[in-house]
Ligand binder design. Structure first.
Ligand code: PMP
Length: 423
């Protein structure tokens, strides 16, 4: 596996040059929460605002036509990024959360009844749990969780067992876990779920930044991801659905833009994709997203994935070698750039705060995976997540800082213990 030319890539990301409050240069290892934006994205959005911004679809004037063209071109770019057979299968949503909520409403309310089961993994982000709990409250269906084993892994056999036991109406799972870093076999599990007649939703929030998404190969019914995790803007995400399914289910949000006709008695919906895009859409964000997808594609998703694997393995091996540090996740060969960990005797929030003092940005907490943390018997972890612009030197700064934090706390813990024993 080879590393990317990070010197070259880092020139594209203005923010990576800065120092943090402690005066240390920034080592940004919080990419699973949100990535940074290259100039190509900033410039594309800036250009739209400066030269041709207007509302789309409704105006018959130059600016509106130019904005509409750019917005629809962004949809085409997105469709081609995920290899969607039809451009109208790409719906722009506010993000992964909004997209899953749309499916839980539009598909869930029309396909799920009191005897049905929605199956998810124990490692799911709250965005892929709460909308199903809400669906359960509306319909009386149940949400069931596929557990993981003591190595933080979920085997095909366990997935098959749960599909067989619950015969779920929906199997909704993340292609990659935002806490464990695990990458799951999307194609295989989708095919297994289809054999049981389940509809499949893939939360690709942590996969889209790092892997080539091929919706035709994956064959899932719905696939969702967020713009801000693929170097794009906030406020935009993608809901991909198979055309037949999107045509069959009703719209969730109602309002302008999604209707063909409105009378005092009711309304008829627009065709795809407008049917699912009520109100003024995220126009400039879509243009920014397309610029981000083009940027990543030009580097190559396979090369990005390989780069992150090298860095992720360096983090994993380095953390495991520090006495008193525990990696929370599978072995390095089963994940890419995300590593969550615990330092004995130090709360995850304190770890994160200390690391900030070294210029290292990581995340601490439950990472919106409370059921997973409960299953692991911990309340919070610290997470370091790498992306295409990170370097081995930054990983080493993380490891040195963790070693320092560990030894400082181990000493003060010993001092506290010896004071206590003297009392
Ligand atoms: N699913 C996963 C796996 C995630 O990592 C995230 C973001 N942390 C989400 C869903 C939610 O994404 P967003 O906040 O962009 O809607």
């Amino acid at each position: 596996m080879s590393l990317l030319d990070t010197d070259r890539i880092r020139e594209d990301f203005p923010v990576l040059d800065r120092n943090v409050a402690s005066g240390q240069p920034l080592a940004y290892l919080d990419n699973a929460a949100s990535t940074q934006r290259p100039r190509a994205v900033i410039d594309a959005m800036d250009d739209c605002y400066r030269r041709y911004y207007s509302n789309v679809h409704r105006g018959i004037h130059t600016l509106s036509e130019e904005s509409t063209r750019a917005y629809e071109m962004a949809r085409k770019t997105t469709a081609s990024f995920i290899n969607a057979p039809a451009t109208c299968e790409v719906i722009f949503a506010a993000g992964t959360t909004a997209a899953i909520n749309t499916v839980a409403r539009s598909w869930g309310d029309t396909h799920v009844g009191p005897d049905d089961v929605i199956l998810v993994l124990i490692s799911e982000h709250h965005a892929n749990i709460v909308p199903w709990h809400q669906l359960a409250a509306r319909t009386g269906c149940r949400v069931e969780f596929v557990p993981m084993d003591e190595n933080f892994e979920i085997s095909d056999a366990v997935v098959a067992e749960y599909l067989d036991r619950f015969q779920p109406k929906m199997f909704a799972f993340a292609a990659a876990s935002n806490t464990l870093g695990s990458e799951y076999p999307v194609q295989r599990w989708t095919s297994m779920a289809h054999d049981y007649g389940a509809t499949v939703l893939i939360d690709a929030a942590q996969a889209a930044p790092h892997q080539q998404i091929d919706v035709q190969a994956w064959d899932a019914d719905f696939i969702v991801f967020s713009g801000h995790k693929v170097c794009g803007p906030t406020g935009i995400g993608v809901l991909y659905g198979k055309q037949e399914l999107l045509e069959e289910i009703p719209a969730f949000l109602g309002g302008g833009g999604m209707i063909l006709n409105v009378t005092t008695d009711g309304f008829t919906s627009q065709e795809l994709p407008e049917k699912f895009e009520a109100g003024t859409p995220p126009i400039v964000e879509a243009i920014g997203l397309a610029a981000a997808l083009k940027y990543l594609s030009a580097i190559g998703m396979d090369r990005i994935h390989a780069h992150e694997c090298v860095l992720g393995q360096r983090v994993d091996a380095g953390l495991r070698a520090i006495d008193g540090v525990r990696v929370i996740g599978p072995t390095a060969d089963k994940k890419a750039g995300i590593n969550s960990f615990l330092i004995d005797g130090v709360h995850a929030h304190d770890v994160s705060q200390f690391l900030d003092g070294y210029g290292v940005a990581v995340r601490a907490g439950h990472h919106c995976t409370m059921p997973l943390h409960e299953a692991m018997g911990v309340t919070a972890t610290t997470r370091a997540s790498c992306y295409l612009y990170n370097t081995p030197a930054e990983v080493d700064r993380l490891l040195e800082a963790v070693t320092d934090v560990r030894s400082k706390f181990a000493k003060s813990g010993r001092r506290r213990r010896s004071r206590r024993s003297a009392e």
